[in-house]
Design a protein around this ligand. Structure first.
Ligand SMILES: O=C(O)CC[C@@H](O)C(=O)O
Ligand SMILES: [Zn+2]
Length: 623
């Protein structure tokens, strides 16, 4: 049945937070009593991207009720079509302040606890809480990881030194607050750090690292802690250095669209800021409400706009980075072209904090275009999805801004676990769903183009059914389904996540093979950024089990390598895949990476046990 409602609307995206953070997570515990608010429109250097509110302190004060996140997210991003914040009586400042007050003071979530439904007994047992001993991350086939005995153990003199640099508020030893920073949002990776540091400036980061290097104290750099591979939490007792307090917008060049800001700015706040200037961020992720730009860059995050604007390697113009020994490397250029020697910034894009800590960023932001359309379509088979992608590239060309796919299992999961979303298509035997977004500069031309494309695709049998969002809330609902799959997947109990680059024509084969391998023991989901050849393979079960894992690994890595794919398209290697790098990189490449690591971080203090295999590093540095 054809159900094409051919009406256009402007884009609206719901704001999807990683669940534990929405419930009052790490950001809730960072800088709870902050300096007076600064409106993000005020671009004088040093003004806050996340304007903290004086309304926030002190705890125990009466608070307004928590806001409706989904609706606020829509309002924020819909400002191009006459539903601006101002029309709703909200300013960005109000919005952000309200968010922070919810995060900061939501009383029932102020103490640490793993996300509901995830921290099974198995999970708790699989990680030994006393540091200095073997740790095994559950859901991983890896051997337990020994603490490297060459690292020093934190003592009271260290803490006193950090207090002399960061002040009392910048040095957190409170058990509950440190516990939140020790665990990732899925409750899957858990460290045993005793110390969380909250620097406010590059100079402070530099002093902290210089000291840690001289003492050989291991460090884990942390942003919004929204990663999926255990890269942003400690493995043992590493000191956590969280950049969330460095959240200022430094400048915006509104002729060239170049944003310069500190690393701790939350992506969604940057989006709101640049959208008010008539630009957009070149990347967009489901975790935008929590993730920070420094973390995005350190992990080379891909996301939903990659098909249109490409990778951060292309969009990041400059960086300021603090090296392991405290040296500040100023590469904060805003030039589009600069061919003077090696382009060192690329070493830090995607190296997951193992070579330095990103403290400032300059990034190219594309112009915001006025006309956006979102279509939600179903296809009968995977071949139709592939053909549809090719047809979309040919017919929609310059206006195509997203091409995302999901199988039916994803839709079922989203409908079961996400609040307030509904399947816009009739419940049916469709096996695949595709979300297509177009963004262009001419509303009637763009709309006509998309409509013609969809009608043709239906006639050709590529599309079985579909809708085009007629208003902001429909568009928001479509995006919420796609962006919410990750969040919904952790609600089942246990989730094994793989993030693979595979040639598009083979991409769904591994999902089907995996289904037959795990049989009834687990549910297998396939979704992702089809336009980028990026599959998210999620395997869900009620609890973690070595038997299920044995069906998945090493098969998933061998299969991917056998098809010349990558075992990490966009999530990075982190702890989960540090020992698997050889499936995607040659021994020579891994050796060169290890040499670079040793050159730049000879004491191996930065994010140990992550990214590179122990065998590639020398014994005393690699454990
Ligand atoms: O959770 C996942 O597996 C994928 C998360 C994210 O990269 C997405 O595209 O939704
Ligand atoms: Zn993704």
């Amino acid at each position: 049945m054809a159900l094409l409602s051919l009406l256009s609307h402007s884009r609206a995206r719901s704001s999807v937070l990683r669940e534990p953070l929405r419930q009052g997570g790490l950001r809730a515990l960072l800088a709870p009593w902050a300096p007076p608010p600064v409106h993000p429109h005020d671009r004088a250097a040093g003004h806050a991207c996340t304007p903290p509110s004086t309304e926030l302190s002190p705890p125990g004060r009466a608070l307004p009720p928590p806001l409706d996140w989904t609706r606020l997210g829509s309002r924020t991003i819909s400002s191009g079509v006459g539903t601006s914040l101002a029309q709703y009586g909200l300013t960005n400042h109000t919005l952000t302040s309200q968010r922070r007050s919810y995060w900061t003071l939501c009383p029932q979530h102020s103490s640490f606890g793993p996300p509901a439904g995830i921290a099974t007994k198995e999970a708790q047992h699989s990680v030994n809480d006393s540091f200095g001993v073997q740790r095994r991350t559950f859901g991983s086939a890896a051997e337990p990881i020994q603490r490297n005995p060459d690292y020093s153990v934190l003592n009271s003199d260290d803490v006193s030194y950090f207090k002399s640099i960061l002040g009392d508020n910048g040095v957190v030893q409170d058990k509950d607050r440190v516990a939140v920073a020790n665990v990732d949002w899925m409750g899957k990776y858990k460290g045993a750090s005793q110390l969380l540091l909250l620097p406010k400036s590059t100079n402070e980061v530099s002093k902290v690292l210089a000291y840690c290097d001289s003492r050989r104290l291991a460090v884990v750099p942390q942003g919004g802690n929204t990663g999926l591979v255990g890269g942003s939490v400690p493995v043992h007792d590493e000191v956590i250095v969280n950049l969330g307090g460095m959240d200022k917008i430094i400048s915006f060049d509104n002729v060239n669209g170049i944003l310069t800001c500190e690393a701790g700015c939350v992506l969604e706040n940057l989006s709101t800021f640049v959208e008010n200037e008539g630009f957009i961020m070149p990347l967009d992720l489901g975790a935008k409400g929590s993730c920070q730009i420094g973390g995005n860059i350190s992990t080379n995050a891909g996301g939903l706009r990659f098909i249109r604007y490409g990778s951060l390697h292309g969009n990041v113009l400059g960086l300021e980075v603090v090296l392991a020994n405290g040296t500040v490397l100023d590469m904060l250029t805003t030039l589009r072209k600069d061919n003077t020697g090696y382009d060192l910034k690329h070493l830090f894009v995607g190296s997951e904090g193992s070579l330095g800590i990103v403290t400032k960023v300059s990034i190219l932001t594309p112009a915001k275009l006025p006309s956006t359309n979102v279509a939600f379509l179903s296809c009968n088979d995977y071949m139709s999805c592939q053909k549809l992608l090719l047809a979309a590239r040919r017919s929609l060309g310059e206006i195509l801004s997203a091409f995302e796919f999901m199988d039916r299992q994803c839709i079922d999961l989203a409908m079961t676990h996400l609040e307030g979303v509904h399947n816009p298509l009739p419940v049916s035997p469709y096996k695949f769903y595709v979300l297509i977004e177009t963004t262009g500069s001419d509303e009637s031309y763009d709309k006509a183009k998309l409509e013609a494309f969809l009608l043709r695709s239906m006639e050709d049998g590529l599309v079985a059914d579909g809708v085009i969002a007629q208003d902001i809330s429909q568009a928001s609902n479509f995006w919420r389904i796609r962006e919410g799959i990750s969040e919904a997947s952790v609600k089942v109990g246990a989730v094994y996540k793989y993030d693979l680059s595979i040639p598009v024509e083979k991409l769904y084969d591994i999902v089907e093979e995996m289904r037959s391998r795990v049989g009834d023991t687990a549910e297998v989901l396939g979704y992702g950024h089809l336009g980028d050849g990026n599959l998210h393979l999620n395997i869900l079960s009620s609890k973690y089990s070595d038997n299920i894992l044995a069906q998945i690994e090493p098969f998933v890595y061998e299969w991917t390598a056998g098809h010349r794919g990558s075992i990490s398209a966009e999530h990075g290697l982190g702890l989960m895949k540090a020992e698997k790098i050889h499936y995607s990189k040659s021994p020579e490449a891994v050796q060169l990476m290890a040499s670079i690591k040793k050159l730049m971080d000879p004491n191996s203090i930065l994010n140990p046990y992550k990214v590179l295999p122990r065998s590639a590093l020398s014994p005393e540095q690699g454990n």
